[in-house]
Design a binder for this molecule. Structure first.
Ligand SMILES: [Zn+2]
Ligand SMILES: [Zn+2]
Length: 252
């Protein structure tokens, strides 16, 4: 499986794009950089987007990517918790801040369509089995366990943690990697708790239940804190742990 990091920052600045991960086979997780990091042709080749939650940094490019499609481009299918897909319809593409791409150009063949899914549910999608994993955050959020039949990876949502990997499904291909946020350095623990995010130390606690050979890929660092957070992550002493950066391509 190949995971191309289009954006993995916890903020936004030149060279730091918000959350967006592109898999092979026209599937993406989150849409923070879905338009600004892909050519028009690449955007039109994306068929399915799994949203972790409704926060702006995870959906930012969704409206723009929709207008880069044509009448002939197949409907973009988005997935997410019922609250998340409803938020896209009522707060984002609601005919006020943006046109209603769920109903145009025709209700029968719109630019975008939504399929709600809950944690614990699995969707078959272009050869992947994609299962929602509950991720406590300040709004409803799920991460995704993606199984291509040979290997599995988890792309997490924003989360304050709390045993999120303690109860993973057993009938999956070997777990190779976990993408997990580390928004703040350890000294900002109080702010991390307040905003439903992890520090480096908290990431260590969440992944302690995973075998050491599983690669931990840290994401969503707040701009300006990357060096400090990375140093604190390295101090955890875990063998396979690294920080992601935009443009990285991981093969599993
Ligand atoms: Zn975020
Ligand atoms: Zn969030």
């Amino acid at each position: 499986m190949r995971v191309r990091v289009l954006g993995c920052s916890g903020g936004c600045a030149p060279g730091k794009a918000p959350s967006c991960y592109l898999l092979d086979r026209g599937v993406a997780v989150d849409a923070g950089a879905l338009a600004t990091s892909l050519t028009i042709e690449e955007q039109r080749a994306v068929e399915h987007v799994f949203l972790t939650h409704a926060h702006w940094d995870h959906v930012r490019d969704l409206p723009i990517s929709v207008i880069n499609r044509t009448m002939e481009t197949p409907t973009l299918q988005i997935y997410g918790l019922p609250d998340t897909v409803e938020d896209m319809r009522t707060h984002l593409m609601n005919d006020r801040v943006w046109f209603s791409a769920f109903d145009l150009p025709t209700p029968a063949s719109p630019f975008i369509a939504a399929t709600p899914m809950n944690a614990g549910e699995t969707r078959e999608c272009n050869g992947y089995r994609i299962t929602g994993i509950s991720m406590p955050h300040t709004v409803p959020a799920i991460g995704y366990l993606i199984d291509d039949g040979s290997d599995s990876v988890i792309i997490s949502a924003d989360t304050g943690g709390g045993g999120i990997f303690a109860d993973l499904p057993q009938d999956i291909s070997p777990l190779r990697a976990v993408f997990l946020e580390t928004s703040f350095p350890n000294a900002m623990r109080e702010f991390a708790d307040l905003t439903g995010h992890l520090t480096a130390e908290m990431l260590g606690e969440e992944v302690a239940c995973l075998p050491d050979e599983v690669e931990i890929i840290a994401t969503h660092m707040k701009p300006g804190f990357e060096e400090q957070i990375t140093a604190e992550l390295m101090a955890l002493g875990r063998t396979h742990l690294r920080a992601a950066k935009d443009g990285d391509v991981f093969e599993f």
